[in-house]
Ligand binder design. Structure first.
Ligand SMILES: Cc1cc2nc3c(=O)[nH]c(=O)nc-3n(C[C@H](O)[C@H](O)[C@H](O)COP(=O)(O)OP(=O)(O)OC[C@H]3O[C@@H](n4cnc5c(N)ncnc54)[C@H](O)[C@@H]3O)c2cc1C
Length: 511
């Protein structure tokens, strides 16, 4: 035993930091936030444009999906932040709550729109998302593709385009760690431990008592533990700790603490595919060399310039499928606009200038799973995203590509308009688009659902307790029964907010 705290939070990510803030305020005693990764206080995390290089670095878990049967056997990169701030330290900072009815449709008592709206407001009071400050002229034009939206961001409530709101302050990333964890640490009640990777939780008489670290040593939790290791990390830790499908755990030689067949089920993400245009935009060409050369000075001295670009500056929501038989006319696709020539041939950036736009399915039907490859915490779990396994997702993405082309065509780019370089004119028929989709589909890095919250057989209860054991709660994107219509960072932070309150109430009641 190396140390002892009243409460342990596993994972300093979007939700874990928000929960730490609430718990520190509620004064439940001493709190240890255990983070497997490194500090976030480095320029490549703070400077928005450098997120493109943080991916694939030691601050990324660099997970890969299982080969995807519907995508020609391709494995998909599952980027997850491995540092303080979690994925909020590696993401594009785009801010969306989701649709109001996303939460109502979860059908979980206490989590409908009227319940979550105050939590969003509380979170936004601290993180203060703002319009992206210096959009490229191309992004400003894309923001007009579906009519003049004023200065409002696009909304998933209806067809719309706009400049995104982002959690970016003074030209720099403002992550969950900046907004919630740093103030919480100032209370003097919260210790942050980095390079503290939890192997498993140990139970005594059915209650979570301590954690075992991969690096060696154990930390005791006198009052309880919150699992906030994200949609990949949290179910993996739960299973290594003996909570999960009994047959799976027994096959791996893990002692079963609680047979919970739903742990690891229901994994899903927003499938996405992009179109690439050659022309103007940030890129690698001789004329832009001077601009790139001064960009570090612009950022460090004035917090301005192209390094403030968060890659995805604008976007849209639109309907790709016909209105449903029940009158469903909700936007079923989201688009992100990128005023940068991205390398579509396997490189991050390509020579030349250009822009791209992607299309994401807002509410995919396919459901995959997460299982352990072994009991060894050093071995990555088996991540089956099940992308496009449900045929309805294939047709939505095919229709989405067609609609995206129309939306891009409507954007008033003027002289800046480029030509579609990839996939280009050769891909026109439904069959050709479907093949393109299967060849290129990836995700927008929004995995959710692996510790689904709900009634009955759901592994997590509406008050965020992991069923079958005591003194163990879960708060992160894993508890979403279904992914929200847009990006998942704000909803993950929102989930951390009531978690802190539920736990404080339970822990104080137990004293
Ligand atoms: C590249 C990228 C771009 C994205 N862009 C956007 C965007 O623009 N807008 C948006 O809304 N969403 C975006 N997202 C998604 C969003 O960031 C996530 O949905 C959200 O951050 C998830 O929060 P979380 O709390 O569930 O998990 P995370 O924030 O991932 O936190 C989990 C934390 O737990 C730690 N951890 C894991 N295992 C262990 C262990 N065993 N021991 C200790 N610690 C552990 C991790 O290192 C991490 O710090 C993006 C994600 C990525 C990866």
């Amino acid at each position: 035993m190396i140390s002892s705290y009243d409460f342990i939070i596993i994972g300093a990510g979007s939700a874990g930091c928000a929960a730490a803030h609430q718990l520190a305020q509620a004064n439940v005693g001493t709190i240890a936030v255990l983070e497997a990764g490194l500090t976030n206080k480095v320029p490549q995390v703070k400077i928005p444009f450098l997120l493109a290089w943080t991916r694939g670095s030691k601050r990324d878990w660099k997970f890969q999906s299982k080969p995807q049967s519907e995508l020609g056997g391709r494995s998909i990169g599952v980027t997850r932040g491995k540092m303080v701030g979690g994925s909020s330290s590696i993401n594009s900072m785009v801010w969306f709550r989701g649709r109001r009815d996303d939460f109502d449709k979860w059908g979980v008592a206490g989590w409908g729109w009227p319940d979550v709206e105050p939590a969003f407001e509380a979170v936004e009071g601290l993180i203060d998302p703002r319009p992206f400050p210096f959009p490229h002229a191309l992004s400003s034009a894309y923001a007009l593709a579906l009519g003049d939206n004023g200065y409002a961001p696009p909304t998933p409530e209806r067809e719309s385009a706009g400049i995104f709101h982002v959690n970016l302050h003074d030209g720099a990333r403002w992550s969950a760690a900046d907004a919630f964890l740093e103030p919480a640490r100032k209370s003097g009640r919260v210790d942050l431990l980095t390079k503290a990777s939890v192997e498993r939780i140990v139970f005594e008489d059915g209650s979570a008592k301590r954690v075992v670290l991969v690096e060696g040593g154990e930390i005791e939790a006198r009052r309880g533990i919150l699992l906030s290791a994200g949609s990949i990390g949290s179910p993996a830790i739960a299973m290594r700790s003996g909570i999960g499908p009994a047959h799976h755990l027994k096959n791996l030689g893990i002692e079963v603490v609680s047979d919970q067949p739903g742990v690891g089920d229901n994994l899903h993400d927003h499938p996405a595919v992009g179109l690439h245009y050659a022309g103007s935009g940030y890129g690698l060409e001789w004329a832009q060399v001077p601009h790139w050369a001064v960009s570090p000075f612009n950022w460090f001295l004035r917090r301005k310039g192209r390094l403030v670009c968060n890659i995805v500056e604008a976007g849209a929501f639109f309907r790709a499928n016909p209105v449903g038989p029940d009158g469903d006319d909700r936007p079923d696709c989201q688009s992100h606009f990128i005023p940068v020539m991205m390398g579509y041939k396997g490189t991050l950036l390509a020579w030349g200038a250009g822009y791209s736009a992607d299309v994401n399915i807002c509410r995919p039907h396919s459901r995959g799973s997460l299982t352990l490859a072994s009991a060894d915490p050093q071995q990555a779990p088996v991540i089956d995203l099940a992308l496009l396994r449900d045929e309805r997702d294939v047709s939505t993405l095919v229709n989405g590509v067609k609609r995206l082309r129309e939306v891009v065509a409507r954007a008033p780019f003027g002289d800046l308009r480029g030509v579609e370089e990839y996939p280009g004119d050769r891909v026109q028929s439904d069959a050709e688009i479907e093949q393109f989709v299967r060849d290129r589909c990836a995700t927008s890095y929004h995995p959710v659902g692996t510790l689904r919250m709900g009634d009955g057989d759901a592994p997590v209860s509406p008050d965020l307790r992991l069923r079958g054991v005591n003194r163990l709660w879960v708060a992160d994107a894993s508890i979403m029964p279904a992914v929200t219509t847009a990006n998942t960072n704000a909803p993950s932070m929102m989930i951390g907010h009531p978690a802190g309150q539920f736990i404080a109430r339970a822990v104080k009641g137990a004293v």
